[in-house]
Design a protein around this ligand. Structure first.
Ligand code: MN
Length: 292
């Protein structure tokens, strides 16, 4: 049924999705510094940081720059990179109180058709995440850019220790706020039925991966599912702003045979790093954390 002849110039791959977003200030914070974009073909969560309203401003800038791309049907990886650079510049140029440590994480999911094949494109900076449920496989696509993730990667920290580590809130990469703004990218062939989750650490700090997986596997529609996930975080304590975008592929034509991703940086299953308070930039940029 599916014509995989990539040399056929008439083959037009398509990826049709339904999506829903939800965000909540939580039970503790006075303001919601997360910003969310749910506008085809781009789905994004940004978790702002910095004093006064700096975090809100920074995460809103990230959304604004990516929103400019949503008027087009198909975006390119280059355009995503350009949106990141522009957002980083704007954040670094903020003046006055909004400049105080202004920065934001960003986790971006975009749908893209390349050579007739529908893809998920994922990029991240910081500890906001993208998860994927595809057929029977649930996985965290992104790897956090955080101090505790680096320590866990070196085998110096268990996920239990990470949860109470003094640096558990420090991100090693972000937009603005000092650390590197060098994102990781993944290009993953999409399959009909895939469910993707983009979320801030207000979800993953309160809700175990197993519960997130259970929610994604439920037959609930994406709207209800996004609200369920936020409610799980609130029930878990709601100590941080929580934001989610759920995107489901209802039709992918021009499907690639491979089920494995083609990562720009190999994603690997790894333990959760739990963060339950303020996200902070690491004070001094780290050494070669990109590993490239
Ligand atoms: Mn957060």
């Amino acid at each position: 049924m599916i014509d995989r002849s990539l040399s056929d110039p008439d083959l037009q791959g398509t990826i049709r999705v339904i999506s829903a977003a939800a965000t909540h200030v939580g039970h503790v914070r006075a303001t919601n510094e997360d910003s969310v974009l749910n506008a085809p073909p781009i789905y994004l969560v940004a978790d702002g940081m910095g004093g006064h309203n700096a975090g809100e401003v920074a995460s809103a800038i990230a959304v604004e720059e990516f929103e400019k791309l949503t008027i087009q049907e198909n975006v390119t990886v280059e355009q995503l990179g350009e949106a990141l650079r522009t957002a980083a510049e704007r954040i670094s140029e903020l003046g006055g109180e909004a400049q105080l440590g202004a920065g934001t994480t960003v986790a971006v999911l975009a749908t893209m058709v390349l050579d007739g094949i529908g893809y998920w494109v994922v990029l991240n900076l910081g500890d906001s995440r993208v998860y994927r449920l595809s057929k029977d496989i649930f996985e965290q696509v992104t790897v956090d850019h955080s101090v505790v993730q680096e320590l866990m990667d070196r085998g110096e920290l268990t996920s239990d220790e990470a949860r109470v580590h003094p640096y558990r809130h420090m991100v090693t990469r972000a937009l603005g706020a000092g650390p590197e703004a060098d994102p990781d990218y993944w290009l993953i062939p999409a399959e009909t039925g895939d469910r993707m989750l983009v979320c801030s650490d207000g979800l993953t700090g309160e809700v175990e991966d197993a519960s997130i997986e259970r929610a994604l596997r439920s037959p609930r529609d994406v709207r209800t599912l996004s609200e369920d996930l936020v409610q799980l975080a609130l029930d878990g304590g709601g100590r941080d702003n929580v934001s989610v975008v759920v995107v489901e592929a209802v039709e992918v034509v021009g499907l690639a045979e491979t089920s494995a991703g083609t990562p720009a940086s190999a994603p690997s299953p790894h333990e959760e790093s739990e963060v339950d308070e303020d996200t902070l930039p690491r004070p001094t940029p780290g050494e070669g954390s990109s590993g490239r």
